[in-house]
Write a protein that binds this ligand. Structure first.
Ligand SMILES: Cc1ncc(COP(=O)(O)O)c(C=O)c1O
Length: 475
């Protein structure tokens, strides 16, 4: 990475404060850059978007013309690469620091429960985190198909309904390493006789800069409440999740430090406690500025944990991360065709470009949390003459739109298209959360989904017909 693009300063002061500072330049996001998670994307000589997987290459323009739009393209090899990078960085930094705890990655299934997302992670050594009975049922299926390593560990978060508790017990009796995470003191009663490891979730006081940093958080127990529980049989793990898309790396460290202080107190009563699970939250550069890097945060985490544990003469805790968005978001892109344009009478944009899908249905966070996206044309990428546009979905809802971070998106002009040519756009980093939130407002169809792996293109989800959707609504 060129120092002109970003400079990171990591300094550990005499106390245990880690300082992370970044200097950034203006034009940050581009195709083909590791720090933008776009290293597999490029543009060919015909100004079309292409994807590279080693020596394989996929032409997105050809794919969308063959399979139609709207289209989702999922890239398992990106997931595998990101997970392996996570392992490499933590392992190396732990070794260099003389850290004696172990590092584990638990993939939070809520982020993307699709088979094509979960299987590559499991195959590369990810453990899992589930938040509901239904997610755990998928794990049961995996287990019963005899296709997972019997050492895989499943952290069971979320409120424990009766069906969920029963399934945890059922799997534990069949030697699955399921770990119930106690979110509420009453849940402990359900696991009094539980033979396996137990986790407990703490509700931290630290606040982080993130959309999800709510004043009142209902998840987990306060530090004092956990300490008051005293001895918890087979307590192995202290867990928290402080928010998603955490904006500052220093906030990740601040939350971890608070949790470690509580960890120490609980460990005095429960010496079996040996793992700190810091949950999810590592951010994706959806915005125009670079985020903190994995390297920096990993180093800061290890340095902080080691320093405090050494001072307290406590074994270095094993570290669990549940960074879902970080691993899976860049593995998917969503493609729409521009079906028509309409003049904007007054506004920053000149035209509405109508897409053949829906932001509200297919990329719901656009509406729910004003999520920003990087958008690139799939064809005519090098056109110099562009229009400032707003994008609108096919549904009847006036909120089904995307007006971008700058107040408009710059896209090729439809009047420049050749006869019979269409304009397509690619929206990046759509692999996290959007599929499970997807809906059918105005009974629009979900995008067809392709999986690209080892040079082979597979249809993972067919295009829904009007009949298919009608059936879901009892017709
Ligand atoms: C308990 C827990 N772990 C992990 C995650 C994943 O968060 P992220 O995708 O931001 O890493 C979530 C998301 O809500 C969560 O609730």
């Amino acid at each position: 990475m060129s120092p002109a693009i970003r400079k990171i300063f990591l300094r550990i002061r005499g106390d245990d404060t880690i300082i992370i500072r970044m200097r950034t330049q203006k034009k940050f996001w581009k195709l083909g850059r590791k720090e933008c998670n776009t290293e597999v994307f490029d543009v060919n000589t015909d100004a079309e978007l292409i994807i590279r997987e080693g020596n394989y290459q996929y032409n997105v323009h050809d794919l969308v013309r063959k399979f139609g739009s709207s289209l989702e393209i999922f890239l398992p090899f990106v997931v595998e690469e990101r997970l392996n990078r996570l392992f490499t960085i933590f392992d190396r930094n732990m070794k260099q620091a003389g850290y004696r705890g172990k590092f584990f990655y638990h993939y939070p299934m809520k982020v993307n429960q699709n088979r094509e997302a979960v299987l590559p992670l499991v195959s590369e050594g990810a453990h899992l985190e589930v938040g509901s009975h239904n997610e755990l049922t998928l794990v049961r299926k995996l287990w019963e198909s005899d296709s997972v390593n019997t050492k895989i560990r499943i952290l069971c978060n979320g409120p424990k309904t009766k069906a969920y508790v029963d399934l945890i017990h059922h799997l534990a009796e069949r030697s699955v390493r399921v770990v119930p995470i106690i979110e509420d003191a009453s849940e402990l009663d359900e696991f009094k006789e539980f033979k396996g490891d137990i986790g407990v979730r703490i509700n931290l006081q630290t606040k982080v800069r993130s959309h999800w940093d709510k004043k009142a958080d209902r998840f987990g127990l306060l530090a004092d409440e956990i300490v008051e529980l005293g001895k918890i049989r087979n307590l192995k793990l202290l867990h928290y999740h402080i928010g998603s898309q955490i904006e500052r790396g220093t906030d990740i460290i601040a939350a971890m430090k608070e949790a470690l202080h509580v960890y120490k107190k609980i460990r005095e009563i429960n010496p079996s406690l040996d793992t700190l699970d810091i949950g999810g939250g590592f951010a994706i550069p959806y915005e125009k500025k670079p985020m903190y890097s994995l390297e920096t945060v990993s180093k800061a985490m290890i340095a902080t944990l080691k320093k405090l544990a050494d001072v307290w003469e406590m074994p270095h805790p094993n570290i669990v991360v549940e960074w879902g968005r970080h691993v899976i978001a860049p593995a998917q892109l969503t493609i729409f065709k521009i079906v028509s344009a309409k003049a904007v009478p007054k506004g920053l944009a000149k035209f509405w470009y109508i897409i053949d899908g829906s932001f509200m249905n297919d990329l719901l966070d656009t509406w729910a949390i004003h999520q920003k996206w990087h958008i690139v044309p799939v064809n005519r990428i090098n056109d110099k003459k562009k229009h400032r546009v707003w994008l609108a979905g096919l549904s009847c809802d006036s909120d089904d739109k995307y007006t971008a971070r700058d107040g408009y998106v710059s896209l090729p002009r439809l009047e420049d298209l050749n006869p019979g040519e269409d304009l397509y756009i690619a929206i990046f980093d759509t692999g996290a959360y959007q599929d499970a939130f997807a809906s059918h407002h105005c009974l629009l169809s979900s995008p067809l989904k392709l999986v690209l792996q080892n040079g082979i293109v597979t249809v993972a989800r067919k295009r829904e017909t009007a009949e298919d959707i009608g059936k879901q609504f009892g017709w």
